[in-house]
Design a protein around this ligand. Structure first.
Ligand code: C2E
Ligand code: CA
Ligand code: CA
Length: 671
């Protein structure tokens, strides 16, 4: 499963943000356009109102008022006619009314409209001015004939009224046309505004829909991300944090300088439980363990995780080991409390590895990986020590373990690349001090340093690499001695050490037979030394192989007799030809009579069983003096010679340096 990348989330967030900006801009635009449109409409209306006012006052009003003014002149003239004379008061009124009409007529000459269709004012003004002129003429004449003046005025007034009515009618029609046109213009403007608003609304709605779907998608994405995050950091079976979260948590603790104790817990024989009761039973146990761990974790404020399979981790936020081991005991005990599966009670057993950050911090670079590795190693130790227990990390043990592992890794290469060197240690007849053969002892030239066999033989045995090693030593030492014998006419024997494991390996006899055939070494000059060990304990299994080897003519020696598992009764049952008494039997003979007695008795028994006896580890002349009368046949030890590089040992042997001078005849020991 892939985790949501933070980059993606940021991009989505940016998208959302940008779409918010988009909406904001839309809203602002909407407001701006609405404002502009509203302002424009408002201006248009104001302009219309103003125009109407001006138009009314300039055209309609003066038209209507002019009718009234003409009417007033008629009324004054009528009154004068009724009275029969033009009184000064009436004359003044007539004069004022006439002046007013004059002014009114003038107002028709200031047309605002440039439009050609606008009714021409000249006619109206002309007929009004004709009234004014007639009034002026009558006034100057002093109204000689009121009747005539009246008739004249009536005619002129009638004409003026007709012109005015006509004018007003045309003005009104013009105004109606204008109104229609303006209405059309406003309607058009309104339509445009509506269309713009509808467009904007549509735009805003689609933006809102977009934003909504974006928000929904983001929400869905966030939910999916959260789900993925949960899956990425939790174990689906138990719901516990998984390895990834564990590592993160541990790193955070350590980076923050917090001291912690890490426990790694592993179920013993979990595979067996799975195989026996099925996987769902296995799951039940895993959940049971997770429940126990969660309870303990919440009681002690620890962090718990399932690392995978049947492995769990508990991080205790302190390093007091007694407390930690107490927690560990509690967990192990709680887990062991049986759970019933298919009517059967199962008591799961666990092993735990414990490591503290202070332990690691003291020597190695402290990080989550180092601490986990230490706890893992402690767990491995607990498992190797027999399971069902906890082990606290021990650095010295790990160093040894790592050295051994490195050795296991390097051994095959070392064997194949000839890094194993064969040293030979002479074996002597005690009676004559004659070198009659050698024991092949291997050394490993590792990075220029000669490593003694004690440091790698056990490892080679544990890893099974001893089989190849022994066979290589067998082949090479047999070839060296066979070649040397045939070159120098000697008959030195060669004793080769063999791990008891060889007796379980296939074709062991065949290998020995091949080597003898290939090197030409006579079979009786090859002695195979085997140390009696637990593996070799099953004599019954080894017997046919030993007999087969003996039937080839090869001799068998029991090595290191007197230590470990060896017993005198064993000697009785063995088919060996030779027994090599360990140097521990020789070590104290100079000072301890019981040691002397023991060695003497054992040699005696070996003789009675017709076994050839070799005493190993003879270091001093006084030891030799004590051993000599005991009747042992052969000796080997630093007293004569340490193991030497093969060539040196062979060269030394040919000189027979330990023989009395008189007897030094090279090639004496030819078979
Ligand atoms: P081992 O078979 O008992 O070999 C004799 C060991 O005693 C040799 O140690 C030798 O150097 C040492 N030794 C001999 N004389 C004296 C003495 O006077 N005093 C003391 N203190 N030690 C003496 P080395 O060579 O270190 O070998 C140790 C063991 O390694 C051998 O014990 C043998 O068990 C094993 N080994 C050596 N080579 C091989 C091999 O090729 N295959 C196998 N399987 N084991 C080998
Ligand atoms: Ca040996
Ligand atoms: Ca030995």
């Amino acid at each position: 499963m892939q985790m949501a990348r933070p980059g993606n989330t940021r991009a989505q967030f940016n998208n959302l943000l940008s779409s918010r900006w988009f909406i904001l801009i839309c809203a602002l635009m909407l407001m701006l356009i609405s404002g502009v449109v509203a302002g424009n409409v408002h201006l248009t209306i104001a302009q219309l109102e103003q125009d109407k006012k001006v138009f009314d006052s300039q055209n309609l009003r003066s038209g209507v008022v002019s009718v009234v003014d003409v009417q007033r002149l008629l009324l004054i003239m009528q009154e004068a006619l009724t009275i029969g004379e033009m009184t000064p008061a009436l004359h003044a009124d007539l004069r004022a009314a006439s002046d007013m009409l004059y002014v009114r007529a003038d107002s028709f000459y200031a047309p605002r409209q440039a439009d050609a269709s606008f009714p021409s004012p000249e006619r109206v003004a002309g007929s009004m001015l004709r009234i004014v002129d007639a009034m002026d003429v009558d006034a100057q004449a002093g109204y000689p004939d009121l009747e005539a003046s009246w008739t004249n005025l009536l005619g002129l007034a009638e004409q003026s009224r007709r012109d005015l009515v006509d004018h007003l009618d045309r003005v009104q029609r013009y105004q109606a046309d204008l109104l229609d046109m303006q209405l059309m213009a406003v309607t058009e403007k309104r339509n445009v505004v509506w269309a713009a608003l509808a467009g904007l609304m549509l735009f805003a709605i689609s933006a809102l829909v977009l934003l909504r779907s974006e928000i929904l998608a983001t929400k869905a994405r966030q939910q999916a991300e959260a789900r993925i995050r949960h899956l990425a950091f939790h174990d689906p079976l138990t719901g516990l944090p998984n390895r990834a979260q564990f590592q993160e948590h541990l790193s955070t603790c350590l980076d923050g300088g917090q001291s912690v104790t890490l426990m790694i817990l592993d179920v013993d024989e979990f595979k067996l439980i799975n195989d026996t009761y099925g996987h769902s039973a296995g799951d039940t146990i895993l959940i049971h363990i997770s429940n126990v761990l969660q309870e303990v974790a919440s009681a002690y404020d620890c962090f718990v995780a399932r690392l995978g399979g049947d492995e769990y981790a508990l991080i205790v936020p302190q390093v007091r080991l007694p407390d930690a081991t107490e927690i560990c005991d509690l967990v192990m005990a709680q887990v062991r409390v049986g759970i019933v599966i298919e009517g059967e009670v199962i008591n799961p057993q666990t092993s735990v590895g414990i490591a503290t950050s202070t332990q690691i911090g003291a020597s190695l670079h402290l990080d989550a990986e180092a601490l986990s590795r230490a706890a893992d190693f402690a767990l491995y130790t607990a498992k190797s020590a027999g399971r069902g227990r906890y082990t606290v990390y021990d650095e010295a043990l790990e160093v040894k373990f790592l050295a051994r592992r490195k050795m296991v890794e390097e051994l095959p290469g070392a064997i194949a690349n000839g890094e194993m060197e064969i040293f030979l240690q002479p074996k002597l007849r005690l009676e004559t001090s004659e070198i009659y053969g050698f024991e092949a002892l291997v050394r490993w030239r590792r990075d220029g340093v000669l490593v003694p066999p004690d440091e790698f033989i056990a490892t080679a045995e544990e890893s099974g690499q001893i089989i190849d090693l022994d066979r290589s030593v067998l082949r090479r030492s047999c070839r060296m001695v066979a070649d040397f014998n045939s070159t120098h006419g000697t008959a030195f024997s060669i004793s080769v050490n063999f791990s008891a494991l060889q007796f379980n390996a296939k074709r062991f006899c065949g290998v020995v037979q091949d080597v003898l055939a290939d090197t030409g070494l006579p079979a009786h000059l090859l002695i195979i030394e085997v140390t009696e060990t637990a593996e070799f304990g099953d004599l019954e299994q080894a017997k046919p192989i030993i007999s087969a080897l003996q039937s080839l003519g090869v001799r068998i020696a029991i090595d290191d007799f007197g230590v470990g598992f060896s017993s005198l009764s064993y000697l009785r049952n063995t088919f060996a030809d030779e027994v090599k008494f360990d140097r521990s039997l020789v070590k104290d003979i100079e000072h301890s009579s019981s040691s002397r007695f023991l060695l003497d008795s054992m040699i005696e028994i070996a003789h009675q069983l017709s076994l050839e006896v070799t005493i190993e580890g003879v270091e001093t002349d006084s030891q030799l003096q004590i051993i000599a009368p005991m009747g042992a046949m052969n000796g080997q030890g630093y007293h004569w010679c340490k193991p030497l590089p093969a060539e040196d040992a062979l060269q030394l042997a040919i000189t027979q340096p330990f023989l009395p001078d008189a007897e030094k005849t090279p090639g004496k020991n030819i078979a």
